[in-house]
Design a binder for this molecule. Structure first.
Ligand code: BTN
Length: 277
């Protein structure tokens, strides 16, 4: 592992270099080709992305930070966002879809990140519905999708991605040490995180365009393969209470259908999934 004299992880490229470099090398048409907002330290890239989207910034705008003081996870949880060792990135999207389809964007992002982790970092991940990227049941990345609507139309969607790249186990707070992991922990190799940002933008754009041009069905099949969730017995913690059952379908919009012990099917729009066996 590369470290400087103070024992801090050392990077070969600074962040400003990255913005210049990435825009010259990035093989995308939209994402990262316009405005890239970069900050060394920010409250949350999703919060900044919403501000920029409200000011009229366009689809493809990228917001990225080296650390977050109020990194947001799902359900109001905190996302551990220490300096420089992770990717904290949000994208502004303005897709021509209706609000009930927004869930698909989370699943598309998960497939794009999983592809990069497999082919770029050599890590096989499992996706846990809807947005957890896991290795041996430990979370390596998470996605927070936030949607802004007027009546029945989408003004914009913010897709926030948090990926633990060069995060050593000993730097993780004790409460997440048993449930979180990083590329470094899984491979014992430090990676240049800006290179990963580049390939994630490319992978995301490819899947996003595929969705807009050809529909969701093929991406959903890929998501199902990566999730290995079909037929699993799961418990879902809901806003109020919980429900157990077997996953019988992930429907065409990306929602879970589970069958309880009485044979009733229940559609799950949001919740925390854990596997029973
Ligand atoms: C989760 O799994 O709970 C979602 C985690 C999402 C974290 C990312 S980091 C970049 C973006 N900005 C945030 O404040 N959150 C998301």
């Amino acid at each position: 592992m590369l470290k400087n004299a103070k024992g801090e992880l050392k990077y070969t490229m600074t962040s400003n270099d990255f913005i210049k470099e990435i825009q010259s090398k990035l093989k995308t048409d939209t994402f990262g080709q316009g405005y890239i907002f970069y900050s060394e330290s920010i409250d949350s890239t999703n919060i900044k992305a919403k501000e920029l989207a409200n000011e009229g910034h366009q689809e493809g705008t990228v917001i990225i930070a080296d650390s977050q003081s109020k990194g947001k996870g799902r359900k109001g949880r905190h996302w551990f966002s220490p300096g420089k060792t992770g990717i904290y990135m949000s994208l502004i999207l303005k897709p021509p879809i209706i609000p009930s389809e927004a869930q698909k964007i989370t699943l598309i992002t998960a497939v794009a990140i999983a592809e990069v982790l497999k082919y770029y970092a050599g890590i096989d991940v499992r996706i846990k519905w809807p947005n957890d990227i896991l290795v041996n049941n430990k979370k390596l990345a998470g996605i927070l999708t936030e949607i802004n609507t007027t009546k029945d139309s989408i003004n914009y969607i913010i897709v926030g991605m948090g990926i633990n790249v060069n995060t050593p186990l000993e730097s993780m707070p004790s409460e997440i040490r048993d449930i979180a992991t990083s590329i470094l922990i899984e491979t014992n190799k430090e990676m240049e995180k800006w290179d990963i940002v580049k390939v994630i933008l490319e992978s995301f754009e490819r899947y996003y365009n595929k969705f807009l041009n050809n529909g969701f069905a093929d991406i959903l099949e890929e998501w199902k393969r990566l999730s290995q969730i079909m037929g699993s017995k799961i418990k879902v913690d809901l806003e109020k209470g919980s429900i157990e059952g077997e996953v019988v379908e992930v429907d065409k919009d990306g929602f879970l259908i589970i069958r309880d012990s009485d044979g009733n099917d229940e559609k799950i729009i949001a919740g925390d999934v854990s596997f029973i066996e």
